[in-house]
Design a protein around this ligand. Structure first.
Ligand code: GUN
Length: 299
């Protein structure tokens, strides 16, 4: 039976370290780290995410600003707000919640954020640093960064020579995760919807990362005995057994089957999910330390 990796616990440890280090910065006479979160439109799921990010930033002792803009906001207005926040010395991190309404060019908006304040790690400068192995100075996207911390908890910091398979090739998770694993000297395969014989590819993995967004697609018999499984998927599925109209969250991995074979596995919920916000706080703290001319804290 696999070891269950407790993402809530690791996220709480990261958050309390961020709180301590933010307080230390202030005790040295620096302003607190500042995070600005922008949401455009009324997508309910995005609203929940954004308010939890703003709330967590306050808990960490940060200056936390939230800009809620109507769905019909012109792109130029959003770019104007980003320019203001780029110039605002109180702000160390700027996050524009995705997806954006269709009339806005998300790529253009992301590239307008100053790379030094790009705590999502989506700007080309940060993507380029990560893909050239400059992991030490890049802002790394929060979900893959959190997944790496969980992986290190399960297997230790030395992942050298292990075979890793990442299922999913998104810019937010799959590609940066593959680059992080490569920077840690793993032998990395990125699998995706066109991969032939995906079960056989997954069976080669000492480390299997599932980030496809398809409920319980990866089955127990796709997993190498003893492998570490990081399930990034968060899928809401109907749960009639809980009553009419009820639902539950499941990952991209079929948990019962996988946990009988794997050496360690992240649950859903309570695995990678809580790490994403914790790493956003860690990135914002790092930005504040760098702008104060101090060494970047490590997690
Ligand atoms: N929407 C879903 N995930 C993310 C994320 O990590 N960052 C941003 N900005 N938007 C998202």
């Amino acid at each position: 039976m696999a070891n269950i990796i407790d993402g809530k616990l690791v996220a709480a440890e990261v958050t309390s370290k961020v709180q301590e280090l933010a307080a230390e910065l202030v005790s040295q006479g620096c302003p607190p780290p500042g995070l600005a979160v922008i949401i455009v439109g009324e997508d309910p799921a995005s609203q929940v995410y954004v308010s939890s990010k703003s709330k967590k930033a306050k808990e960490c002792g940060f200056l936390s600003l939230q800009h809620t803009l109507p769905a019909n906001t012109p792109q130029e207005r959003l770019l104007g707000l980003i320019a203001e926040l780029n110039a605002d010395r109180r702000i160390n991190g700027i996050l524009v919640q995705l997806p954006l309404p269709g009339h806005i060019d998300a790529g253009k908006v992301i590239q307008a954020i100053s790379p030094e304040k790009d705590v999502d790690g989506f700007h080309f400068v940060n993507v380029g640093k990560l893909s050239t192995g400059e992991v030490g100075t890049a802002f790394v996207p929060c979900t893959p960064a959190g997944s790496m911390l969980l992986l290190e908890r399960a297997r230790g910091r030395d992942l050298s020579g292990l075979t890793a398979v990442v299922v999913g090739r998104s810019n937010i998770v799959g590609k940066p995760m593959a680059n992080l694993l490569l920077a840690s000297n793993c032998t990395v395969t990125i699998a995706h919807s066109k991969t032939r014989d995906l079960p056989a590819v997954c069976r080669t993995a000492d480390i299997l990362v599932a980030a496809v967004g398809r409920p319980e697609m990866i089955r127990g018999d796709w997993i190498k005995p003893g492998a570490t499984v990081i399930d990034v998927g968060i899928n809401r599925v109907p749960a009639p057994e809980k009553g009419e109209g009820k639902s539950r969250l499941v990952g991209d991995v079929e948990f019962a089957g996988a946990s009988a074979v794997a050496g360690a596995i992240t649950p859903v919920p309570g695995g990678v999910g809580p790490m994403t916000i914790a790493m956003l706080m860690a990135n914002t703290l790092a930005s504040a330390y760098l702008s104060a001319g101090l060494a970047r804290p490590r997690f």
